[in-house]
Design a protein around this ligand. Structure first.
Ligand SMILES: NC(=O)c1ccc[n+]([C@@H]2O[C@H](COP(=O)([O-])OP(=O)(O)OC[C@H]3O[C@@H](n4cnc5c(N)ncnc54)[C@H](OP(=O)(O)O)[C@@H]3O)[C@@H](O)[C@H]2O)c1
Length: 165
């Protein structure tokens, strides 16, 4: 069975987006995302897929969850449930759930690993949120602080957690 990993970046109030876009531009976080997910399967909701500037993410097996007909999508696998998406990943060692809120909510009940970037700022205009995390269920295994700099308007921390068993 694959490791099911959730990867997300949240603000201090768990905000993850506004108007179907991200709230920030943090290149080093994008790099972390790319390094973690390249070569693996990524599962996302239809709205997150539509928000990707260049469509399917290269060098990854892209799986989009939707109730729409699969013919509407190119370069991606299409599923209408999370279990169906996992069936497509039986030979993958790690499957990344990459959002958005609706998919995170379902996946957090079953995920084994959580890659969480905390952005140290409150975005008052956020209109979509990561579900509340019960940290009693998770053990932190990595933690890396980054200050704001010329390329990053906000300080942020990379955390990695594994589910306590
Ligand atoms: N900060 C971050 O780390 C991060 C990461 C990803 C996304 N985001 C942000 O999150 C926002 C998008 O999130 P969202 O919650 O609005 O949308 P979403 O979860 O990306 O997509 C929702 C859609 O996915 C489909 N879907 C979801 N669960 C399904 C299921 N179990 N079975 C079948 N279809 C399912 C449905 O599509 P149909 O309506 O087609 O049936 C649903 O309307 C954007 O602002 C994006 O930028 C942020």
């Amino acid at each position: 069975m694959s490791t099911i990993s959730v990867i997300a970046a949240v603000d201090k109030h768990n905000g993850i987006g506004k108007k179907q876009q991200l709230l920030w531009n943090l290149p080093f976080d994008m790099k972390r995302f790319k390094n973690a997910t390249t070569g693996h399967a990524v599962v996302m909701g239809r709205r997150t897929f539509e928000s990707l500037p260049k469509g399917a993410l290269p060098n990854r097996k892209n799986i989009v969850l939707t109730t729409m007909p699969p013919e509407s999508f190119i370069d991606v696998f299409v599923c209408n449930s999370l279990p169906d998406a996992f069936d497509l990943c039986e030979h993958e060692d790690e499957v990344f759930i990459i959002g958005g809120a609706m998919v995170y909510k379902a996946a957090m009940k079953i995920a084994d690993k959580l890659y969480l970037t905390r952005v140290h700022y409150i975005f008052e205009d956020a209109d979509i949120f990561f579900p509340k995390i019960n940290f009693d269920e998770w053990e932190e295994v990595e933690h890396e602080d980054h200050p704001a700099d010329d390329l990053h308007a906000y300080a942020y921390t990379f955390h990695t957690y594994i589910r306590k068993r």
